[in-house]
Design a protein around this ligand. Structure first.
Ligand SMILES: Cc1cc2nc3c(=O)[nH]c(=O)nc-3n(C[C@H](O)[C@H](O)[C@H](O)COP(=O)(O)O)c2cc1C
Length: 174
């Protein structure tokens, strides 16, 4: 096998379809949030999730200091929000007209900024931060959550798409 280039690597990984999240936090003074598709569930008992952040991200210090984060799983109609939170802003919430109250949910002692209309919101306490190459892996214990049925926003081969209807039916066994 020939040596892989970063472009080969990115392209191969882009063949893995994912959902899209916006990960948010605040350290009390500064709010931060970014679009991320590196989210994954890890453990059920205790409930653990992970996601990874570029070492160079301007949001790195806030996420490291805050000790908490929220994972907002985006719905199909939230592609524009995903693009906004992928652009990089000092305060991505500033001037943003979020429809509906971004109200705190049970366990959200830190009043983490949440994305209204998300399919799921997972409030997490940061359990471990692991350095891995050019990213930090944040592992969090889920302390509270909301969820609803709806069509997901999907990411595949570098593009975003609405969830296929077949994916959007609630599983009767779940
Ligand atoms: C669909 C999608 C998924 C992304 N996933 C991640 C991710 O998992 N981790 C990450 O650090 N950046 C990810 N990004 C890029 C960040 O959203 C982007 O770099 C960031 O918002 C720019 O701000 P920053 O310079 O403060 O990091 C993703 C972007 C898109 C469009």
């Amino acid at each position: 096998m020939s040596a892989i280039t970063p472009q080969d690597f990115r392209t191969a990984c882009s063949r893995f379809a994912t959902g899209v999240t916006i990960i948010t936090t605040t350290d009390g003074a500064t709010r931060a949030g970014l679009t991320a598709n590196s989210f994954s569930s890890v453990s059920v008992e205790p409930p653990l999730v992970l996601w990874s952040l570029r070492l160079q991200s301007r949001a790195r210090d806030v996420f490291e200091r805050a000790g908490r984060f929220a994972v907002n799983v985006l719905a199909a109609e939230q592609a524009e929000l995903a693009r906004h939170f992928a652009r990089g802003h000092d305060d991505p919430f500033h001037g943003l007209a979020l429809e509906g109250p971004a109200k705190a949910i049970a366990g959200d002692a830190a009043q983490l900024p949440l994305i209204p209309g998300a399919l799921a919101q997972l409030i997490c306490r940061t359990d471990q931060i692991v350095t891995a190459g050019d990213h930090l892996i944040f592992i969090g214990e889920v302390e509270a959550l909301t969820q609803r049925v709806g069509a997901p926003l999907l990411f595949y081969a570098g593009g975003m798409a609405d969830g296929a209807p077949a994916l959007c039916q609630p599983d009767p066994g779940a």
